[in-house]
Write a protein that binds this ligand. Structure first.
Ligand SMILES: Nc1ncnc2c1ncn2[C@@H]1O[C@H](COP(=O)(O)OP(=O)(O)OP(=O)(O)O)[C@@H](O)[C@H]1O
Ligand SMILES: [Mg+2]
Length: 303
């Protein structure tokens, strides 16, 4: 069964085409990563699923049902990217309100709220007003709010934004636990390492267009990434490496290359010598999601 399905989906705001003919689906029970640079259209897509934004053209459904109805909305838990909360509400009151909005009976609300406060380490803060919460605490309670009514589909817009490494791991563990219960989880993110660790499949969106979709294995080029580290990088070296590679990503004095063909490896030493650079190390690794993301976005943009 399909949890999410989009066909020929377009969204035009007054001046911007935010989504441009999106076609894909998410299977029930998948953890699906929706990746894209800022402004790619990720949040717009999630808002369409919730019925908060109307598509300009095309079809979209959740659990094979049209969007917008109460029955569908009830089955979705949503973490917005910038949650605005009433600062005067106490942590417990906020979750209680969320539970009420989803129609949970009082007793069930209490059990669920206590459970999630505990899981997110917020039990001691339950009586404090939200205006006193740190960014990470707000993010945690936001996720708790999305889970409180035991939804079948979770839409998480940048779930680990603002979280420390411990919080990030907690969220990851919770996501994996929800998957085990058969839930479908749709994550918007540009935190690639997060997606890499949890997602079954990913789609890469750029300027409203879906440019890649698949498992990480399917997305990664069969060729590995070559890393060249030099004592001091230069424009000349970058230019030379670009000539022999499909794409080059630079981090300090490290150059990550996607080989153009089998000859790339052999051509690198000459490029380094010509650029008067001193080699520190050179290594090969499986292409990481960061490399895939960078490569497909650059390929799409033709640079
Ligand atoms: N309410 C709106 N009115 C007009 N334009 C909008 C509106 N919401 C989004 N846009 C535009 O649509 C495009 C996609 O925005 P969207 O928020 O969906 O991107 P995003 O992928 O979620 O980005 P980010 O990673 O920064 O959160 C952007 O160009 C944005 O300016
Ligand atoms: Mg967004």
């Amino acid at each position: 069964m399909k949890a999410i399905s989009a066909t020929g989906l377009f969204k035009d705001y007054s001046k911007v085409r935010a989504l441009s003919g999106i076609n894909f689906h998410v299977e029930k029970g998948e953890i699906f990563g929706f990746l894209g640079p800022n402004g790619a259209g990720k949040t717009t897509f999630v808002k369409i699923l919730l019925g908060l934004v109307f598509p300009t053209a095309g079809d979209v459904s959740v659990f094979n049902l049209p969007i917008g109805g109460r029955n569908v909305r009830k089955r979705i838990g949503y973490l917005p990217e910038n949650m605005r909360l009433h600062g005067f509400l106490k942590g417990y009151e906020f979750l209680d309100l969320a539970g009420k909005l989803y129609g949970l009976p009082k007793l069930e609300r209490k059990t669920e709220i206590d459970k999630y406060l505990e899981i997110f380490g917020l039990t001691a803060d339950a009586g404090r007003p939200l205006r006193e919460y740190s960014k990470g605490m707000l993010q945690r309670i936001g996720i708790a709010q999305a889970l409180i009514h035991n939804p079948e589909l979770l839409l998480l817009d940048e779930p680990t934004s603002g979280l420390d490494p411990i919080g990030t791991k907690e969220v990851r563990d919770i996501i994996l636990k929800e998957k085990k219960k058969g839930k479908t989880i749709f994550i918007n993110s540009h935190l690639l390492s997060e997606i890499e660790r949890t997602c079954d499949r990913v789609a890469i969106l750029n300027k409203g267009k879906l440019i890649k979709i698949g498992t990480l294995d399917e997305l990664s080029d069969s060729a590995p990434t070559i890393m060249v580290e030099v004592e001091e990088g230069s424009e000349k070296l970058l230019k030379g490496l670009k000539k022999v590679s499909k794409s080059v990503r630079v981090e300090n004095n490290k150059y990550y290359l996607t080989p153009k063909d089998d000859n790339t490896r052999g051509a690198i030493p000459e490029v380094i010598v010509k650029a008067n650079a001193r080699l520190v190390t050179m290594s090969e690794d499986k292409e990481s999601l960061e490399d895939i993301f960078y490569r497909v976005v650059k390929e799409e943009e033709g640079s």
